[in-house]
Ligand binder design. Sequence first.
Ligand code: TXA
Ligand code: MG
Length: 322
Amino acid sequence: MATDADISRAAEILQGGGLVAFPTETVYGLGADADNPAALARLYAVKGRPADHPVIVHVGEPPQLGDWAADVPDAALRLGDAFWPGPLTVVVRRAARVRDEVTGGGDTVGVRVPAQPAALALLRAFGGGIAAPSANRFGQVSPTTADDVRADLGDDVDLVLDGGPCSVGVESTIVDCTGDELLLLRPGGVTRECLEEAAGRRVGTRRDGLVRAPGTLKSHYAPEATVLVVGRDDVAARAQELLSAGQLVAVLGSGTPPSVPSAVVVFDAPRDADEYARVLYARMREVDQRGIDVLLAVPPPTAGVGAAVADRLRRAAGRGEQ
Ligand code: TXA
Ligand code: MG
């Protein structure tokens, strides 16, 4: 686990233009000084991400939103008050000083205050904003442990801060606060119902893809294995079919595990949507490590973080469709 000395070292590395992977409550982030163009260039290179895709700026204190925004809409303030530190990113109009490398050249910026203690300690020691996408290579499954980060990025990252497994397990909720209507760009740890209650108004869904957000591409968040989203009643038949075709099959779902042929790997059923979110990416990784061909996933009910789990499963299943 990260010590005070690790935090100080991490802050120094960032100040020197280096890359630090750090835990957040959602997934691990790959961090760079959001004001340092050379560090940001390296971040994009390591991540393997197209330069026109924006990254989220992480800050240690909610009022720092004002350092990055041209103006802070009332709704963004309310959401920050309600959910920060926490798994929420607000998209606001960028301040003039925000680098194009952060915004992907667009006129908005995403900002969040994470709730993980080591992340907050790092942000407070560093002082400025840390630009951080999830600490995986572009298009791969997000890391939820320090070991996942090391396995993905190896020596390409200067330091990996270990904060243990992430408590939420799927990425932050992203809300576009730049227009008249609040728009949910990505479901996550903060549910739409909670957003609507805190904002005191409806939160719509952006469907036109005007803002480039790789996390909203169809084939994101995917393991090597094929992911099929199935209903509980169809699991056994699908598993049998795939086995007969010579495929290695695993099943992940909530509730009582379905009765399937013994050759099928049946993961422990998550107790509820929160646990499903926590284990989802670890299971996707395990599926690949075990050389499984097809993961049959029964999504949890869509209440709470279940909506985010269902979203990620759909995207994992969309692999190859675009
Ligand atoms: O939970 C999280 O949000 C994690 C942790 C590390 O904080 N970060 C994360 O970053 O998931 P990333 O880059 O893997 O996904 C962020 C998503 C991307 O789809 C990006 O395009 C979108 O947020 N995004 C960032 N800035 C944006 C902006 N100004 N407008 C619209 N989308 C934006
Ligand atoms: Mg990501």
